[in-house]
Write a new protein. Structure first.
Length: 406
């Protein structure tokens, strides 16, 4: 086998890996970085099939380009295929608003749906002498890692989460000869989730007690739903806005993919959904607003910040803030760009590590549990720290654009 990363090899984001076997070329993920302007991977060669690990833009945001340029069947779990068009249509819309150029148009998103092929956990896709199966990664609803089986086995993980969360069970190791694994948090550990949730709930309680509103920016896919479940046993007036409301409702169609589906369904019934500007005004008088965008670069969150920019209110970041985003600007300077004007945010600003990625120690444990002969570390900027502790296996640290043999 030979492999080449089109993006996401020695970096986090815009992931895409071409795997060449004797007879086939497979593409695993094909994403963009939703920065300003967006960053794209290298162009993909013609492939026999595409396997998508999960519904985040840095793993699927480039898929419509494939449709425009010949395409191939795109395999993913049903939840991933259901959420993908929502993200892609929104990407096209945002690009038009911000005058950014994408290598595809809305019609390409329309057409891509015809290439979708659903594959559930444990199911196998056969390609003559090669089979491909998918298994849960615990990262978000429907996320999957792919095992390619020939005379040897190769696993491509996408993003992984080791701990059990409210929505999902953590990833379980799978025996393989070759393991291509993400290394986003190489060299870093996450604080205990129980402590993070307790701190988060206490911080919201402080805001509500002083009659303020807690604004919680969250990624529409995964993070928003997990935060709703964290708030399950509270009696706050909770509003949800932006793409998060759409994705949350779509996921109701996939009960088998959610750890505590009945609890999730019950929680969605009790929250309040922002459907129009009148609802948005009412949300300003609630207790908690969960809203997109998670990095403060767009979406309803900017409206809420401008309306609630007062020390009694809270602005609680719950995800990683990429460089050159409003969220990173806020953490570094205390200000954000609002309609082209640098605006100081006077709210109570806090950041909470609700990461859906495994930390350094958890990555090592997962790698060991898979018992591979060869480990390929991808999707990370500090891979060397992880590689230095893998002493009993061959370790490959690929760079974007360099083909290597496995």
């Amino acid at each position: 086998m030979k492999a080449k990363f089109l993006g996401g090899g020695n970096e986090v984001g815009r992931l895409g890996m071409v795997l060449t076997t004797g007879k086939y070329k497979f593409l695993f993920d094909y994403g963009i970085n939703p920065t300003k302007p967006p960053e794209f991977p290298m162009l993909a060669p013609p492939v026999d099939a595409v396997f998508v690990t999960h519904s985040h833009l840095d793993h699927l945001g480039m898929l419509p380009w494939l449709t425009r340029n010949g395409g191939a069947n795109i395999y993913a779990t049903p939840p991933t295929l259901a959420v993908a068009p929502i993200l892609l249509y929104d990407t096209v819309k945002i690009a038009k608003i911000e005058n950014n150029t994408l290598p595809y148009e809305q019609i390409d998103v329309d057409n891509i749906i015809e290439a979708f092929q659903a594959i559930n956990y444990g199911e196998i896709v056969e390609f003559k002498d090669i089979s491909v199966s998918v298994h849960s990664t615990g990262h978000l609803v429907g996320s999957g890692m792919y095992q390619v089986s020939d005379d040897k086995k190769l696993v491509f993980t996408g993003d992984i989460q080791s701990i059990d969360t409210h929505m999902l069970y953590g990833i379980k190791p799978i025996d393989t000869d070759i393991l291509v694994v993400e290394s986003t948090y190489a060299g870093k550990e996450h604080p205990p989730r129980v402590a993070v949730e307790e701190n988060f709930l206490n911080s919201i309680a402080e805001v509500v007690e002083r009659e303020g509103v807690a604004v919680v920016p969250a990624f529409a896919t995964g993070r928003a739903q997990e935060l709703l479940m964290v708030l399950e046993n509270t009696d706050y007036e909770i509003w949800i806005d932006g793409m998060a409301r759409t994705v949350s409702n779509v996921l109701l169609s996939f009960p088998k993919y959610i750890k505590n589906f009945q609890r999730y369904k019950k929680m969605l019934r009790r929250i309040r959904i922002v459907r129009n500007n009148a609802d948005r005004e009412r949300a300003l008088h609630g207790d908690v607003i969960i809203t997109t965008g998670g990095m403060l670069d767009g979406g309803p969150v900017l409206n809420y910040i401008s309306q609630l920019n007062d020390p009694k209110n809270g602005l609680f970041l719950t995800g990683y803030q990429v460089e050159d985003t409003n969220g990173r600007m806020l953490l570094e300077t205390g200000s954000i760009d609002l309609a082209g004007v640098a605006t100081k945010v006077n709210m109570d600003i806090k950041s909470f590590d609700f990461s859906a990625h495994s930390g350094h120690k958890e990555l090592l444990e997962f790698i060991s549990g898979c018992k591979p002969d060869t480990v390929v570390l991808m999707h990370g900027e500090k891979r060397e720290q992880l590689a230095g502790e893998i002493t009993d296996r061959e370790v490959i640290l690929p760079k974007n654009g360099e083909e290597f043999e496995i």
